[in-house]
Design a protein around this ligand. Structure first.
Ligand SMILES: [Zn+2]
Length: 324
């Protein structure tokens, strides 16, 4: 399989081949047999099967060679039906080769993109360090017990902090006006739930930041940046398969990373951190952290806003367009 047969865009590409015939007689109508399966094709319009007794229409088929040196295109079901195991085995080998080439192309494409991603990746790394530092500081300020409670809250989607208040005055009158429950029993006195605060960015607390940012994205990209594109073709099947799969997930992972960083930024605001007293965080140790966050926020409103990771990605895309 030295030649590259990957560029069949339409049936005309097949017709243009010297030995190609749109219709051929095969054994038992003639002496002709199938020789090799060359390459698959997939067209936007249906084409006829090249086996003279078949002629069925199909979108997807295989270019084959014949015992007398000609070529034709046949559907996969016909191949199995008329040429049996010989066809099936060869077709599988060809399909594997197609998949291998697609994987090589995907991995090489990622390696080529890496230089344009450098600033985005550096920004992600800086955001990771910064958020990690803030998290350490928070854990120090509120202690492991409250942090565990916070994490539990994040996992249960408990952004809203509420408290139970007994109804009094007009609220109590209104309550009895709309219910027929008897008045005056102390143990189930009418009450309502009152919202004290809503915690922002709990997705940050919930996520495993190191896994999302470092283990699943930055580290493999860094490893890939050391690979030479020309050597990808020599990789072992499993390594190629694994890397190509991961490369396919990079766009989604980048979005996940940006979302997580954004959640972290929403979590570490002075207002949000101050609200942690409502879940039992000690006000004293938290005060300095909140004050420092406030100072940072004021600095940011005075000077130009910091480039967000999403902006960094935008500028990467713009840069790419200019290059093209
Ligand atoms: Zn057919």
């Amino acid at each position: 399989m030295d030649q590259d047969y990957t560029h069949f865009e339409s049936y005309e590409d097949l017709l243009a081949r010297e030995g190609f015939r749109p219709r051929l007689e095969f054994h038992p109508q003639g002496e002709r047999k199938m020789s090799d399966v060359l390459w698959p094709y997939k067209f936007l319009e249906k084409v006829n099967c090249g086996i003279s007794v078949c002629r069925q229409l199909h979108y997807h088929g295989y270019l084959i060679t014949t015992s007398d040196g000609l070529e034709t295109g046949i559907g996969v079901d016909c191949g199995r039906k008329y040429f049996g195991l010989k066809f099936t085995r060869q077709r599988q080998r060809v399909d594997q080769e197609v998949a291998r080439r697609q994987r090589i192309r995907a991995v090489k494409g990622m390696i080529d993109q890496l230089p344009a991603m450098v600033s985005t990746l550096a920004q992600i790394k800086a955001d990771y360090q910064d958020l990690q530092d803030q998290k350490q500081r928070l854990m120090g300020a509120i202690g492991p017990g409250i942090y565990a409670a916070l994490k539990q809250r994040a996992e249960k989607d408990g952004a809203k902090i509420t408290r139970i208040v007994r109804l009094i005055g007009k609220d109590l009158e209104a309550y009895y006006a709309t219910t027929n429950k008897p008045k005056g029993r102390q143990d189930d006195a009418p009450h309502r739930e009152e919202l004290i605060a809503t915690l922002e960015g709990l997705a940050f607390v919930r996520a495993r930041m190191k896994d999302v940012l470092i283990t699943n994205l930055l580290e493999p990209l860094q490893a890939l940046s050391k690979c030479k594109p020309d050597e990808v073709g020599q990789w072992k099947v499993r390594e190629l398969q694994k890397t190509a799969k991961w490369v396919g997930e990079v766009p989604q992972n980048l979005i996940k990373v940006q979302e997580l960083i954004a959640a972290g930024r929403r979590f570490f605001t002075s207002e949000n951190i101050a609200n942690l007293v409502h879940i039992g965080a000690p006000a004293g140790p938290l005060a300095q952290f909140v004050a420092d966050l406030k100072t940072e926020e004021q600095k940011r409103t005075i000077t130009a806003p910091a480039i967000s990771p999403v902006r960094a990605l935008d500028s990467f895309e713009e840069k790419e367009e200019i290059n093209e």
